[in-house]
Design a binder for this molecule. Structure first.
Ligand SMILES: [Zn+2]
Ligand SMILES: [Zn+2]
Length: 253
């Protein structure tokens, strides 16, 4: 399974874009501003979007994706997420005020978008492996995702704070090769990180001690203004090597 990072930052500016990962040619994980780097043809080829949660940095370009390529497609774009995530999008974005409800357009019988509620633990067969929704702990209902391919597995945390159920799922991943995990704030702002249910470096470094040695650790969701400081703090404390995830990184399992 080939995962291409289109955006993974905790904000925008220059080359920085918010979370959007492309899985193969036909699926996305989250639809943040990283999505804007896709061509029209690449966007039209997307059949599935798997959302981690409803926050704007992870869904910002979903409305424009549907609108831009709906007419060029022969079947609805399937948007997968927790029921609460999909409810938030329906209520607050696709509500005919911020954006039209494309699950009813151009007609209710042949819409451009279909909502697909998922449950934690649900596993989807993809072209060359499986995608599974894992537990995460954030200010709103959220999931992480695991990819299992022919050469091992990969976990993407989405937005989460330290959480036992998440780590149980990470450690139960067969032949885990890559962990993409968020850390939004530096340790000086650990109180804010706690309120926003994000990781800060000390807490993340402590949790990383559980990982087997062969796992490559990638840090995502760094706030643009504090990215270098936050990464340096993790690197100084973590028992393993860590590197910043960046747009353009391609990981295969
Ligand atoms: Zn969030
Ligand atoms: Zn976020």
């Amino acid at each position: 399974m080939k995962l291409t990072v289109l955006g993974c930052d905790g904000g925008i500016g220059g080359a920085r874009h918010t979370t959007c990962l492309k899985l193969g040619a036909h699926a996305l994980i989250d639809a943040g501003t990283g999505l804007s780097s896709l061509s029209l043809a690449e966007m039209a080829a997307i059949d599935h979007v798997f959302l981690s949660h409803a926050h704007l940095d992870h869904v910002a370009l979903l409305p424009l994706l549907v609108d831009s390529v709906g007419a060029a497609r022969t079947r609805p774009l399937e948007v997968h997420g927790l029921p609460a995530t999909l409810d938030s999008l329906r209520q607050h974005i696709f509500n005919w005020q911020i954006w039209p409800d494309f699950s009813q357009l151009p007609s209710a019988e042949a819409p451009w978008l279909q909502w697909r509620p998922l449950a934690v633990g649900e596993r989807f067969a993809m072209d060359d492996g499986y995608l599974t929704a894992l537990p995460a702990h954030h200010t709103v209902p959220a999931v992480a995702y695991r990819l299992e391919g022919p050469t091992g597995s990969l976990v993407f945390s989405g937005d989460t704070s330290s959480d036992e159920a998440f780590w149980q799922a990470v450690l139960a991943s067969p032949d885990l090769r890559h962990l993409l995990i968020e850390c939004a704030f530096p340790d000086e702002e650990s109180r804010l990180a706690g309120q926003a249910r994000h990781y800060s470096p000390s807490r993340l470094a402590a949790d990383l001690a559980q990982l087997p040695a062969q796992v490559q650790v990638w840090i995502s969701h760094l706030k643009p203004t504090d990215a270098e400081r936050t990464l340096a703090q993790i690197a100084a404390l973590a028992p393993c090597e860590v590197q910043a995830l960046a747009a353009g990184v391609v990981l295969t399992v």
